[in-house]
Write a protein that binds this ligand. Structure first.
Ligand SMILES: Nc1ncnc2c1ncn2[C@@H]1O[C@H](COP(=O)(O)OP(=O)(O)OP(=O)(O)O)[C@@H](O)[C@H]1O
Length: 577
């Protein structure tokens, strides 16, 4: 119910549509309800007495009520669609905006597949439930109550039949509706699993092909698809059983009406028109109950979807904006003070009380074995996540006191995996800085050694990248990712193993460009080769989350056993190579 209340806020701008749609439905239902009574009068008073004028009169009434009913029905459909579609669209937008604030931690907690299901299928489910509520929820109970009252007033002789049939129908529909909600929650969970698998396999299609795992992946997908199919069938079968069951009960009612009616007509206590009107009203009662239960079923399915949506919207973000956040320009002095980090509460620290200081414009090289914590350390700078212990300061002020926008504007970050978006190359680079000048763009391209290959492309900067930039080589992608970071002219530049995909000549050229164009930038270079960081002002040697060496290349080479070991192994590999 909390979910309904929260999502109800998104109805604000569509209050008018939400009110007018059920009102128009009331008009349609009223017209539907009076038609069998008009027909009854037409038969029992007009036709039975051969009064043609009366019959014509009733015909005009019938036509008028049908037209009014039509206006009500069409108007209700129009406004309910408008309200439900806009309502769902606003929720989708809010979900997307919230997801954009997620760090990897929140995204991992949900999984990408589940987030996609929530943004698509769950939103659609509440859109459908809301539209049906506006269209039918008023109609169902109104038809039902109206028809019961009219039967009580005009066909009391047959009312006892309703006293048996209606409770049977209501009890059956209550159980079907309740069970349907449980079954549909299971369907949504199965859709999550299918989407997660699909997303993972499409993203990793090259690996699947390279290792010839298509058959296994298809089989695994088949199992998940089969589970979804089974759950769907079970959920849908509920409706399949409900309809024939209710029809059977109503047909029993019609048989009872004909039998009881015939006896009473024979005895001269009932007119034929009353029996026909009763059967009509019985159908209307069934219609009313069926449509109410369909809406209730849809609502029962939408409630778990609503809860899932609200979970995403209310997810607390680990990385929070400070209350009076600083927007001061950043120079680039950085202090790590006893900084620790663990990915999960229960996991071990992957960074252990790390301390070091860097002056603005210095270059820091970070080297160490795989898994030693190098990437984790640099990801703390743009606050992709916050330390579990200790403090990071920039220009003497806590990192957390800066506004996230200011902080990230001053940091150029390139990750191990160059992530580019579909669209022209220029647009990708300008993601770093929308309003960069043409000269800035050119300088960034040259600094990252990207200009030569971009110039060779037919359309140059307008060259369209495919999804995931699969139409570029690894090195080309990495160069463009570097250009995107360079164009910012950031105060802090982070190259997380970025230059590994470049040949050594290009790598040296990038290093020279940093030294020339970005002298005032504090640069972090994470690398696996000593050659990539040899010129750094300070090199940190990491091992199992600890700093086991700190100094310049020469200092470490003379006095640090860990660095000496890395150097020796790389020299050896170089000689063998
Ligand atoms: N998202 C994550 N969730 C849980 N553990 C993680 C996550 N990312 C990294 N780790 C763990 O944290 C430790 C440090 O990882 P990190 O990526 O910082 O190492 P690295 O030194 O950059 O390694 P490499 O040189 O291979 O890139 C590793 O043990 C790794 O398994």
């Amino acid at each position: 119910m909390q979910a309904v209340k929260q999502l109800g806020q998104y109805l604000g701008p569509y209050k008018f549509f939400t009110l007018i749609a059920p009102l128009l439905m009331v008009l349609e239902v009223t017209m539907d309800l009076i038609q069998p009574t008009i027909m009854q009068h037409m038969i029992d008073t007009g036709i039975a007495n051969g009064d043609n004028r009366y019959v014509l009169n009733m015909f005009v009434w019938m036509l008028g009520s049908a037209v009014l009913g039509l206006i009500g029905g069409v108007g209700c459909s129009y406004y309910s669609s408008k309200a439900a579609i806009h309502f769902a669209s606003d929720i989708r937008q809010a979900l997307y905006e919230k997801m954009m604030t997620y760090s990897a931690k929140e995204r991992d907690a949900f999984t990408t597949g589940k987030l996609i299901t929530i943004l698509t299928s769950d939103v659609e489910s509440i859109q459908r439930a809301f539209m049906m509520t506006l269209r039918i929820f008023v109609r169902g109970p109104l038809l039902f109550i109206g028809a019961v009252i009219i039967v009580f007033v005009t066909a009391r002789e047959l009312f006892s039949i309703l006293l048996i049939i209606v409770p049977l129908l209501v009890i059956a529909m209550y159980f079907f509706t309740k069970y349907s909600g449980v079954l549909y929650r299971r369907v949504q969970e199965a859709i999550d699993a299918v989407n997660t698998k699909l997303q993972e396999n499409l993203a990793g299609i090259r690996v699947v092909k390279a290792f010839r795992r298509e058959t296994q992946q298809v089989a695994q997908f088949g199992e998940l698809n089969e589970a979804l199919t089974k759950r769907f069938i079970t959920a849908e079968q509920i409706v399949g059983v409900l309809v024939p069951f209710t029809m059977f009960v109503v047909n029993l009612g019609i048989v009872a009406a004909l039998w009881l009616g015939a006896i009473k007509v024979d005895a001269g206590t009932l007119q034929v028109g009353v029996i026909l009107a009763f059967i009509n009203y019985l159908t209307i009662i069934l219609n009313g109950l069926m449509s109410s239960s369909m809406v209730l079923m849809q609502i029962a399915r939408a409630l778990p979807s609503g809860e899932r949506i609200v979970d995403v919207l209310n997810k607390e973000i680990a990385v929070k904006e400070a209350e009076h956040a600083l927007t001061d320009p950043i120079k680039g002095a950085i202090d790590f003070d006893q900084v620790s980090y663990r990915y999960y509460e229960t996991a071990e620290d992957v960074l252990k009380k790390i301390s070091f200081s860097v002056k603005p414009g210095q270059t820091v090289g970070i080297i160490g074995k795989t898994g030693s914590g190098k990437s984790t350390l640099v990801k703390l700078l743009p606050r992709l996540f916050d330390p579990s212990g200790g403090e990071i300061r920039i220009d003497g002020k806590p990192l957390k006191s800066y506004s996230l926008a200011t902080l990230r504007e001053h940091i150029g970050f390139t990750s191990q995996k160059a992530l580019l978006f579909s669209g022209p190359i220029e647009k990708n680079i300008r993601l770093g800085k929308d309003d960069a000048t043409a000269e800035d763009l050119q300088q960034a391209l040259e600094a990252s050694c990207a200009s030569e290959f971009v110039e060779r492309l037919d359309k140059g900067l307008a060259h369209e990248l495919s999804q995931g930039a699969t139409n570029l080589s690894g090195g080309q992608k990495q160069r463009l990712a570097l250009s995107r970071a360079f164009i910012r002219k950031p105060a802090i530049l982070v190259l997380d193993d970025t230059t590994s995909a470049l040949d050594s000549a290009s790598e040296q050229q990038v290093q020279r460009a940093i030294a020339t164009y970005y002298q005032d930038t504090t640069t972090f270079i994470v690398a696996s080769k000593i050659a990539s960081i040899q010129q750094a002002d300070v090199i940190l040697v990491l091992e199992d989350g600890d700093i086991v060496g700190q100094g310049t290349h020469q200092q470490l080479l003379q006095s640090n056993a860990h660095y000496q070991a890395i150097y020796a192994s790389q020299q050896k590999a170089g000689e063998q190579g």
